[in-house]
Design a protein around this ligand. Structure first.
Ligand code: PMP
Length: 375
């Protein structure tokens, strides 16, 4: 099986697995139990992991809140900020190309009488900056724009948008799930107040992520209404017993990404060029690329095969290759992301996403293109 669905999830790095095992079997204490070695070891391991995650994102350690993944982080941050600061003028701004965990949260809030503005995106899924500037006039409670798109790979200008929002005193959240660990993120160069990310997108374990809640310019903690109430772990932001082994795995994946992400990005970029060239040469008349070539997360290619049903195509090669129609989180519906960039339903139904990993090879790309050509 050749795996080309790395936007859905990635293989856990063996160094991550090795780091996690002791916290399942040896130091298996509950870190909140505090008094004895097992618990203290677990607590120390969590703080070491928090340190690595904060270094990866260039933020403070106490701004990293561990959650069960980016779906939870998006829910927690968006609902928690709108409820805390919305008053009687609750207004959320998102883009039309957001992940379902942002989109469905917005729809839920709309049903609770929160005003939601949906910004249009261009043909590659980047936010329309004119509409963005206009939305600032209304001084919404929160603007939530993804850093990079999970189906197309396109990057938004988060530095610019977060700074413009902050100038008006508007909170800015970014879903950076597809970006963190693949493209350098330096929060110090932005005015992002809230960020969501997830370990399993960059060779960490599933079921662990972070909500980053940055302090204000005076160094005062930003409060939000918690999504989960209970024992007050994670500084009262997120209750629930820590998933120590997962947190350790997340920390290890972050530590590896700090050292290796640039090198991995270079490998991914050259594999992406190889894939695009081979597809263009082999299927000149029947393909159209939905994804851009530049200013994107390396390794994500979205392509239409005109007149061919995407599900049939994927199933035909599924004994040897793993690719997808788009987001695994909305796989039962035609992609709203591809519709937001202006594709017809027929075009959406003939589009596939191929998302590479740093461990893929040119030979794998070659056999994939041969299989598509029926060779
Ligand atoms: N946001 C984006 C952009 C994603 O790609 C994903 C994962 N498909 C999520 C959020 C949800 O992440 P998780 O799987 O950690 O809940």
């Amino acid at each position: 099986m050749i795996y080309f669905d790395n936007s859905a999830t990635t293989q856990v790095d063996v160094r991550v697995v090795d780091a996690m095992i002791p916290y399942l079997y040896e130091s298996y204490g509950n870190p909140s139990s505090k008094y004895y070695k097992f618990a203290i070891d677990a607590k120390n391991a969590i703080e070491e992991a928090r340190n690595h995650v904060s270094q990866l994102l260039c933020c403070e350690t106490d701004e990293v809140i561990f959650t069960a993944g980016a779906t939870e982080s998006n829910n927690m941050l968006i609902k928690g900020v709108v409820e805390m600061y919305g008053g009687n003028k609750r207004h959320l701004v998102i883009s039309k190309a957001e992940h379902s965990s942002v989109m469905e949260t917005a729809k839920y809030l709309e049903s609770k009488e929160v005003k939601v503005t949906y910004l249009s995106v261009d043909k590659f899924g980047r936010v329309n900056l004119n509409e963005f500037e206009e939305c600032l006039e209304a001084e919404p409670t929160l603007i939530s724009i993804q850093w990079g798109n999970n189906e197309l790979g396109s990057l938004n200008d988060i530095e610019y948008m977060s700074k413009k929002s902050a100038e008006r005193g508007i909170f800015f959240h970014t879903d950076a799930t597809q970006v963190v660990g693949k493209v350098p993120v330096n929060l110090k160069n932005t005015e992002v107040r809230f960020l969501s990310c997830s370990a399993h997108k960059f060779h960490g374990p599933k079921g662990i992520g972070a909500a980053i809640i940055r302090k204000d310019s005076l160094g005062i903690k930003t409060k939000i209404v918690p999504l989960i109430h209970g024992g007050g772990q994670e500084n009262e932001y997120r209750s629930g017993t820590h998933s120590v082994h997962n947190i350790v795995g997340f920390g290890k994946a972050a530590e590896i990404a700090i050292k290796e992400q640039l090198e991995a990005a270079a490998v991914l970029s050259s594999l992406e060029i190889e894939l695009r060239n081979r597809l263009s040469n082999a299927f000149t008349d029947v393909i159209k690329f939905n994804s851009d070539k530049d200013n994107k997360i390396p390794g994500i290619v979205n392509v239409q095969f005109k007149g061919i049903n995407n599900e049939l195509l994927i199933k035909k090669i599924s004994d040897r290759f793993a690719i997808s129609t788009g987001s695994a989180c909305s796989s039962s519906k035609p992609s709203h992301v591809l519709q937001s960039i202006g594709l017809s339903l027929n075009e959406v139904r003939s589009s596939v996403r191929i998302s590479l990993s740093k461990t893929n090879t040119v030979e794998e790309i070659e056999s994939f293109c041969n299989a598509l050509a029926g060779k």
